[in-house]
Design a protein around this ligand. Structure first.
Ligand code: MG
Length: 380
């Protein structure tokens, strides 16, 4: 287990819960970074006394300087600041919970500095999976997944022979629009899409859950984390979010991980691995749930999910394009510029229309990402 962490994305949903876990288990917080929320960041710093404090949005740097005066933290801004935190010498583990492709470079930087990664930023592996996993293997750096599904799979792999793994079952809540058709979703509002049944999360990931893009990203993430072929990943809709995912071994034994839907459990497992200690959450009562249900995903309605699986099969920069188009399309939807269904259309069209190349370096990722965002800008 780690004795100190730096948190990128500290004011978000995962970041604030990670702070709770760190406080409970006396894990020192050496650095904090937020995207734009200066006030919350400074109030966290007042309590935790980190050495470094970073605001990713550089236009907020002077506000940070003013608000953090006298706190004794070194103040940083922008991508340079995030990367400085990633390689900060007194940090044990980097917890990366920023939103979007912006998380990739800090992850790569931390791996090069031999820092274990607690990873909640799924776009890191979606966009740069090959680069990240190669670099982690080279440096012998472990990546502990925080996403509940990937934590479940990681937990189910403990104590078994990885070579005897047949496939994984990635569970999906189905989001707020389970059972709906495209015709039903024609006039979906932002408020409806932001209303998730089980998990309370930031707005980008909540929209991704409504489009099932989130499950598509997790499909690609799982492929890299656990070195799987796309055909070894089965997605199953499980409305109650109690079985967080499962693995199937060659003897057809299915081993799953269950718990209440509370991110503190996977966050704690990533930070305390391999220890299991009391967690500040509700115990799971199976009899309170009574019934757990399982269903096939609706691939006709949810274009984002289908496109992610397709892009994972294509490989190269295809997942980068799907992810970049989605980030731009979700921002446009939240800004009221496009309809809900248009997100999936744009993600799918970007993979069909843009050239797909091999992915060998970070620049390949940023180029494909920029092309995908431009494609969305040109088509809304
Ligand atoms: Mg998840």
């Amino acid at each position: 287990m780690t004795n100190s962490i730096a948190i990128l994305g500290s004011t978000g949903s995962i970041g604030t819960q990670a702070i709770e876990v760190a406080k409970k288990h006396n894990i020192r917080v050496t650095a904090l970074a937020a995207n734009t929320n200066v006030n919350e960041l400074v109030s966290q710093a007042r309590e935790l006394h980190p050495e470094l404090l970073c605001i990713a949005d550089e236009s907020k740097y002077s506000a940070l300087k003013e608000a953090a005066a006298g706190l004794g933290c070194r103040l940083l801004a922008g991508m340079d600041g995030l990367c400085e935190i990633a390689q900060h010498t007194t940090t044990g583990t980097l917890l990366n919970s920023v939103v979007g492709m912006v998380g990739l470079l800090p992850t790569l930087t931390a791996i090069q500095a031999n820092k274990p990664i607690a990873l909640a930023n799924k776009e890191t592996l979606v966009a740069g999976g090959a680069l990240v996993m190669d670099s982690a293997a080279q440096h012998g750096v472990p990546i502990y997944p925080i996403d509940s599904e990937h934590s479940a799979i990681f937990q189910c792999l403990q104590g078994n022979d990885r070579k005897q793994l047949k496939k994984i079952i990635l569970t999906a809540s189905g989001g707020p629009f389970f059972g709906k058709t495209k015709a039903d979703l024609q006039n979906t509002t932002v408020a409806e899409a932001l209303n998730h049944p089980n998990w309370s999360m930031g707005s980008k990931i909540t929209i991704d859950s409504a489009t099932l893009m989130n499950k598509g990203l997790e499909f690609i993430e799982a492929r890299w984390l656990f070195d799987l072929k796309p055909e070894q990943i089965e997605i199953v809709v499980h409305r109650q979010s109690v079985l967080h995912s499962a693995v199937v071994y060659d003897d057809e034994s299915v081993i799953g991980q269950m718990g209440v839907p509370d991110m503190k459990i996977p966050i704690q497992y990533a930070l305390l691995y391999p220890e299991r200690m009391p967690c500040p959450t509700k115990p799971l009562s199976l009899t309170d749930y009574g019934t757990l249900t399982f269903a096939k995903p609706d691939y006709d309605t949810f274009d984002c999910l289908t496109t992610c699986i397709r892009s994972s099969q294509i490989g190269g920069t295809a997942p980068v394009i799907a992810n970049g188009a989605n980030e731009a399309a979700v921002a446009a939807f939240l800004a009221g510029k496009i309809s809900f269904l248009r997100i999936g259309e744009l993600v799918s069209a970007s993979v069909d229309s843009l050239p797909i190349q091999a992915l060998t370096c970070y620049e390949d990722v940023t180029k494909a990402d920029a092309a995908a965002r431009q494609f969305v800008a040109d088509n809304i």
